[in-house]
Design a protein around this ligand. Sequence first.
Ligand code: ADP
Length: 193
Amino acid sequence: MLNVIIFGKPGSGKGTQASMIKNKYGLTHISTGDVFRKNTSEGTKLGNIAKQYMSKGELVPDEITIAMLESEILGFVPCNGFILDGFPRTILQAKSLDNLLINLNLKIDLVIGLDVPNDRLVKRLLERGKTSGRNDDQSEDKINKRLEEYDKKTKPLIIFYENQNKFYSIDGVGSLNDVNNRLINVVDSKKND
Ligand code: ADP
């Protein structure tokens, strides 16, 4: 089993790259952003709560996000492995994930960070906003808020996973295939350890 976290700032390409490698390794892709958006469009209670935060570019509170993620993982186990995209985004989320996985006799094998400079991210997100229908991609203020949330709450996870010897950073700038090849190189080198 291979459990991978794909990590990075908003717009760094987590979702795209996760979709590209899930078939190659037979992994189950869980994107917290996608689950929240599905609930929002279906008007569920969870979706209505999440929407209040997402529309402002803020993280959804941990309690809600962790419960949602746990039920997603439990719904897919047993499987070949997971690729988590957009989770964890806080230290509490990461600790809760470790505890959940310990209880299931599983663990995270590697965390791959996609490194992209902020000016490129803002351009990418505004471009995506023209077609994605995502209102959090359509204003520079909301994008900046998401980048601030990243710096404040998510960035500390790099040290958290470095301390577990699981963190690898790759250059997220380049063609989709170039980035994908860098990612595959990291996964394969780790698998052959
Ligand atoms: P991006 O990486 O471009 O921000 P996502 O689809 O991953 O896009 O996330 C969109 C929004 O969903 C976030 O801004 C946040 O409001 C919410 N969200 C997603 N994942 C989490 C999480 N792990 N914790 C809290 N909020 C989250």
